[in-house]
Write a protein that binds this ligand. Sequence first.
Ligand code: GLN
Length: 533
Amino acid sequence: MKYIFVTGGVVSSLGKGLTAASLGTLLECRGLRVVLLKLDPYLNVDPGTMSPFQHGEVYVLADGAETDLDLGHYERFTNCVLTRANNVTSGQVYETVLANERRGDYLGRTVQVIPHVTDEIKRRIRELGESSGADVLISEIGGTTGDIEGLPFLEAIRQFQLEVGPSNVIIIHVTLVPFLKAAGELKTKPTQQSVARLREIGLQPHVLICRTETPLDHEVRQKLSLYCNVPIEAVIEAGDVEHTIYESPLNLRSEGLDDIVCRLLGLNTPEPHLADWTKFVNRIIHPKKRVRIAVVGKYIELQDAYKSIYESITHAAASHDCGVDLVLVDAEVLGEEGAEKYLQGVAGVLVPGGFGDRGIEGKVEAARYARESRTPFLGLCLGMQIATIEFARNVCGLEGANSTEFDPETPHPVIYILEEQKDVTQKGASMRLGVWPTLLGKNSVAHQVYGRPEVTERHRHRYEFNMGYRELMEQRGLIISGTSPDGQLVEIIEIQNHPWFVACQFHPEFQSKPNAPHPLFRGFIAACLAHED
Ligand code: GLN
């Protein structure tokens, strides 16, 4: 088993997750089996309780783990199967150490960061490596060198390197090489200093990945090599991707990252097969047509809040040889100014998931517009609840219909809290989470796009379609096209006599890949293209 640790220096948001995932792509394309791990130094047990403003999207795994959005990159860029063991936070590590202490496992010793916390970190890394059966474990450490929170992780890696042997471990440091306009040159000092921070802790990086907006010339590479004690061929330039993040593995390949990694770790493999990946990238870069799709959400200004949704749209569109112009609409603003102003002329409307009542009325407006104007609509999780509320109010005449999440006193609680959720007061990991099966109705759009009668999809919600309203809504043209196997929970709704109106209680965006776009997104884009024609 070989181990690669990816650290970050100078500033955050350098795209460490993307770098780790892209390296995963390259190694897999060389025939290696990889497993990816994210070590997050924050004290939250998982990001499930964090606001999208703090943390971007919460990525849900099949086992119901609420994880960092980098795990989304890992699943989209590699074939590695992830579980809750693939995202370790300081919160989890301390939770275990403290539980051990309360049980008396430490036999009266003083419990300390070294060795008890670092031992627990190493145990989790080793266990994941061993149970995965992979050849290489790539582990990204969140945060930036110099952060106090990150120190136990870096110390654990130092010890780990000693234990498994230096020939089995490499450290890749992702750093920033800024261009100072006034000086007219690239500056290597921030990188030198962040590498010095690492060396203080006893870690010498083997590879530098230099994020830069200006190409590194030979002189700069030489300087970085000399001051950071890294061979010059291990100084890798990583400019911004030009069109799409999926270029990243190809760019790193052209800098020879995978060659140097394999050489350092003594991995004898053939050159990577990147033909399929390159084809996919080219399809994104040179689409034959374009389509305009509106996303009506609450966190529209945040780049990361709907990450998996945007990626799923990209995958599906590429499979139709089509590019997408996203129209990002703030639901609150739409609510105040009307749907027509923002949605007229778009080929499709997507309402993503969400929590809390801000922007709800705007989303309901968007669903009304899509239904009445016969514009293709895709609702995800909250998006399905919104479509239900809109249908209840405007088609079934149920005035004031709502979800009890937004109006506990609504006369028509068409969406209400799950019975088993009523008494839950704890916020963390307490929703209906992870994969659950859905049976699809015959002759439904869902059945047609999936091409099979049963699917499993990932969930993250507390509220549910109220079956008490089923009959009335069906009489008025709502189709319940997906339910739980016992028929008790509504998973997918559609609208009769509409070109394409599908909304689901689950999150299909967590199961879309470049080479396997999700059927619902594929169907939605196809409908948008047809609508535009
Ligand atoms: N807030 C809604 C619920 O809890 C929807 C959740 C979501 O969109 N992920 O059911």
